[in-house]
Design a protein around this ligand. Structure first.
Ligand SMILES: [Zn+2]
Ligand SMILES: [Zn+2]
Ligand SMILES: [Zn+2]
Length: 113
């Protein structure tokens, strides 16, 4: 992970938490081969820890030369009545979100996509 393939390192994404895919807008070009090929996802792994925390991790790689662009981590935990999501990735940025486990959350009802 060299940090030179991205436009900005770990940008603040607010409450955006991706558990798949790539934040392609932040991809500049591959520092290794200078190409701007679509990014491929490899090594995607889901790990559930003893305390119920779920960690999804994967790697963003250059399709052309397999250069490692960034390592992505997404965590999911339940805290009381809330589900907490967090993302940390050089490419996709940093974000976290909290969603009520109640069937209807008045704050988020219209925000679901
Ligand atoms: Zn790089
Ligand atoms: Zn490359
Ligand atoms: Zn990422």
């Amino acid at each position: 992970m060299c940090g030179e393939c991205v436009k900005s390192k770990c940008p603040d994404r607010g409450n955006t938490c991706l558990d798949n895919g790539s934040y392609i807008l932040n991809f500049d070009h591959c520092a290794e081969c200078q190409k701007r090929e679509p990014i491929k996802i490899t090594q995607r792994n889901v790990e559930v820890k003893d305390d119920g925390e779920e960690v999804i991790s994967y790697e963003h790689k250059c399709t052309y030369c397999c250069h490692l662009i960034a390592e992505h981590e997404h965590t999911f935990t339940i805290e009381g009545e809330y589900q907490e999501y967090a993302m940390y990735c050089l490419l996709c940025g940093v974000g976290n979100d909290t969603i009520s486990v109640q069937p209807v959350d008045p704050r988020k009802e219209t925000a679901l996509f």
